[in-house]
Write a protein that binds this ligand. Structure first.
Ligand code: EPZ
Length: 416
């Protein structure tokens, strides 16, 4: 099995280019179900989850190929409305085909996504919303089966601002009869990106980016020709990489505006960050300051940056409190960081991190996508050799991360 081997201690220097956003690419690829013809999606990251979504769409009868960030999805005719267990179990975001399939084909069968390393992650709100729009829903043999001759507009209030729930409702509502209003909608930049992509197909959407989104159904949509926004979580990960290695790097093709909460906390930790347009300059401190964070829905501090920030705080000059408010089991990286000499104590949803003067390289195991990124960051700062196992987690959401880090001077390689 492939591993990543890191010799720590190098100050990162130079320039890195950010890829397109994984969490935008997945819903926008699913949106290709909504129109017939060939959809082109540019700046698509070549990561494992994108390939999984492509394979899922291919199972539905949509031709898929990706080259140099250009994904082509040829939807001449959909031959199946079933998202099978073998694919859904590898990627929960497969649930994103539910809304568009129901809207376009009047039915869909999607395997229920089982448990996940970071939390229970139910999809009850997705189901509640589709029911409100008139869908008949049955659960049988591990599959959700949904049917509706014609979806109709409805007002949907979400108990929590679910990201993929909001995206599924938007894609169901664009071809519905009448107006749908989503209240307490998610406001993440990826929601806006999907809305802009759908509007470019001919949809009638307003309010994306706020917690009230209004969608007026139309009779048909055109294929996509769209370019994805930069990945704000990959950007945040590289900011942390500069911070934990006393580095001095330039991050280009990113969008600093999508990272305000992260940049604020990194500045508090002593990083020197300047930016202009789509370029960020980051200078790491001799030793990071200790800073407390609480993960929140956008525009709060993203849960997808919690693990990376914890790695940074594990070498800070004091004690920081890290509270995870979104997922109930997102501290799987703690035990692995402690194997490298980090001093972390977890009580409920808060981790108390006492900064260590240095981390020590060790063999560690990735448990989920962002946890694996935090182990790579810790390895970059640690004395000696770190070997990260199960890096298929990392490849789900980072495009060639070890090559990008090597470009910045890191002593890192992939083996196996
Ligand atoms: C999206 O997941 C992202 N994935 C996640 O990124 C990210 O961590 C998460 O949003 C939060 O920002 C994609 O966009 C593909 P949610 P999603 O529904 O949509 C509860 C990464 O690392 N909830 O917004 O699945 C849920 O349990 C991944 O790139 C319900 O209770 O997350 C959680 O506590 C990991 N019922 C909260 O809402 C529902 O029906 C937020 O989850 C839906 C969600």
């Amino acid at each position: 099995m492939e591993k990543i081997v890191i010799e720590g201690g190098t100050k990162l220097k130079g320039e890195v280019k950010i890829s397109g956003a994984k969490n935008s690419a997945l819903p926008i690829m699913a949106a290709s179900i909504l129109s017939s013809g060939e959809s082109i999606i540019s700046n698509t990251p070549h990561v494992r989850d994108v390939i999984t979504m492509g394979n899922l769409l291919a199972r539905l009868g949509i031709g898929f190929n990706i080259q140099n960030g250009r994904a082509a999805l040829n939807n001449s005719s959909i031959s199946s409305v079933e998202a099978p267990y073998d694919l859904v179990k590898t990627m929960r975001a497969s649930v994103l085909v539910l809304g568009p399939l129901l809207a376009r084909m009047g039915e869909a069968a999607v395997s229920l996504p089982g448990g996940c390393a970071i939390g229970a992650r139910p999809i009850n709100l997705h189901i509640m919303g589709l029911k409100k729009m008139g869908a008949e829903i049955t659960l049988s043999h591990g599959y959700i089966r949904v049917r509706a001759k014609q979806l109709r507009g409805a007002t949907i209030y979400f108990d929590v601002p679910t990201v993929t729930g909001t995206e599924n409702m938007m894609m169901a509502a664009v071809l519905a009869d009448g107006v749908t209003v989503i209240e307490n909608a998610a406001c993440e930049p990826e929601i806006i990106d999907l809305a802009v992509a759908l509007i470019s197909m001919g949809a009638d959407i307003s309010g994306a980016g706020s917690n009230i989104i209004r969608i007026k159904g139309v009779s048909s949509l055109n294929p996509l020709d769209y370019s994805i926004i930069p990945d704000r979580i990959e950007t945040g990960t590289f900011i942390a990489a500069a911070g934990i290695t006393r580095g001095d790097i330039r991050i280009r093709s990113c969008n600093p505006g999508h990272l305000k909460a992260v940049i604020d906390k990194m500045n508090e930790a002593g990083l020197k960050i300047t930016y202009e347009n789509n370029i960020l300059n980051v200078k790491g401190p001799e030793r990071p300051e200790h800073v407390d964070i609480k993960t929140m829905y956008y525009p709060g501090f993203p849960t997808d940056m919690q693990a990376q920030f914890m790695a940074l705080m594990s070498v800070s000059g004091g004690t920081s409190l890290i509270t995870e408010n979104i997922f109930e089991n997102r501290f799987m990286h703690v035990a692995e960081l402690k194997r490298m000499g980090a001093d972390i104590k977890v009580e409920g949803s808060t981790a108390t991190v006492r900064g260590a003067s240095a981390l020590k390289g060790a063999p560690v195991m990735a448990t989920d996508l962002r946890a694996s990124a935090s182990l790579v960051l810790a390895g970059l700062a640690a004395e000696g050799t770190t070997v990260v196992d199960r890096i298929y987690h990392l490849d789900r959401g980072y495009e060639k991360i070890e090559e990008k880090l090597k470009q910045l001077g890191a002593q890192i390689k992939r083996t196996g």
